[in-house]
Structures are given as C-alpha cells and as structure tokens.
Write a protein of this length. Structure first.
Length: 156
C-alpha cells in the first residue's frame, strides 16, 4: 500500500522538507509515504476563492493515483486520536488500496473533492500553516504505523 500526500504549495522552507523526509523514510517499503506537491493557483486578476479552488482541484485530481482512496484533510473533518488513525490504517491495509491524503490550498478544498472523499480528517481545531500540516500528517502516519506494529514510539 502506498500513502500519497497530495498538498497544494510547492515552495516550502527547508525545515519542512527535512522534517517530512525524516518521517517518510521511517515508513517500511510496503507502506511508503510519497509527497506530491501541487502548484498553488496565482491570486491575481480578481479571481474568486471559488475559481482558485476549481483550478487547484483540477491539479489535485491529476495527482491522485488511480483507484486511490481519497482522504480530505479539512477543518470540518473528524478529529481522531492516534490510536483511531492506527485503526484507519489497518482498515486501509485490509482494503488493499492506495490512499491519497489531500491538503488543499489557502482557501481549502473544492466542495466536489470533499464530497468525493472516503473520509474527511482534521489535524486540529487550530489553523496550521500548510508546511506544518504536511509534517504533522507524516508524523501521525508514522505513529499510526508504529502503533500497528506495537513499536514503543507511541506511549499511552
């Protein structure tokens, strides 16, 4: 199973790339985490937020692997524990499908992507910078995997 994080924004600070890579490399070969960066739509010419989300939606859809289960990262999504995420990860493995976790742009995800999503997940009630959201998501995926393996990384 492959976990693909599809994230709008492609000019992240070095610390984001370093931290993301650190957690991604901890994942086993049979459950690797891949990042696909999507160019954010330019905010010029009086474009509305809806027009921007529509343009980003097209790029996101092109980046989501065929037949992947879509998980929308959204502030209105489920707020779950790391143990619950580990349960989700086990379920995803059982279904035998790749998973795409999608982080939208500054205006969020287009409504059609949220409706198409298998699940919606919120990392926090707090508003997070997009780079930090990537790192946090990669860390939580590693934590969930470690829980499924009874690895001592996670402590209760």
């Amino acid at each position: 199973m492959k976990l693909t994080i599809v994230a709008v924004g492609n000019k992240m600070p070095d610390w984001v790339e370093t931290a993301f890579a650190d957690y991604a490399k901890r994942m086993p070969p049979h459950m690797r985490v891949e990042l696909k960066e999507i160019k954010a739509e330019k905010r010029d010419g009086g474009k509305t937020a809806q027009q921007i989300m529509e343009a980003e939606k097209i790029r996101i859809e092109a980046a989501v692997p065929d037949n992947a289960m879509l998980i929308a990262m959204d502030e209105r999504g489920a707020q779950i524990s790391s143990l619950q995420l580990a349960d989700w990860l086990r379920d995803w493995q059982g279904e035998g499908r790749d998973v795409a976790l999608v982080i939208g742009g500054a205006d969020g995800l287009h409504e059609s992507l949220r409706q198409r999503a298998h699940k919606m997940l919120a990392l926090s009630h707090l508003t997070l910078p997009h780079g930090l959201a990537r790192v946090l998501l990669a860390e939580q995926l590693y934590r969930a995997y470690s829980i499924t393996q009874n690895h001592p990384y996670h402590r209760e």
